[in-house]
Design a protein around this ligand. Sequence first.
Ligand code: FE
Ligand code: FE
Ligand code: MG
Length: 166
Amino acid sequence: MGTKGIEIIGMDVKKVIDLLNRAFADEWLAYYQYWLGAKVAKGPMKDAVITELLQHAGDELRHAEMVAGRIIQLGGVPVCSPREWYEHANCGYAAPTDPYVGALLEQNIEGEQCAIGVYNAMLAVTREKDPVTHNLAVQILQDEVEHEEDLQSLLEDLRMVLKHGG
Ligand code: FE
Ligand code: FE
Ligand code: MG
């Protein structure tokens, strides 16, 4: 924890750490939801869907690393036990119990839309108060916006295939 780096923060540092820890729990759950979804996926366009789910899983894990790094920089401790992920998470976890590709896409679109809301709120709270966390939220938000669009366009293609044949 760097003292000057913390001194410049114009808001309650504990609040920033709390927001980051919530996002940290979200990222792990999102990672697992994508990772498991990619294992169980069945149906048309399966290969394309699995490729995208695995790519996104990797991104969510990278986000968890980015967020953990900032928590530690601020003198905080990342949520220590997976048991606590549920308590802290904003977006929860949607188990991929239905392996149909369309169901998986819908579940993960919902997750991305929640993530977009979370990082957008983090931006609003840290704006002009904590530029480093703000910048982190911008970077992650860019990925989440891309994720949502990737999944929605796959779902659109899937619906076309079902309607017109592939
Ligand atoms: Fe993420
Ligand atoms: Fe995402
Ligand atoms: Mg993608």
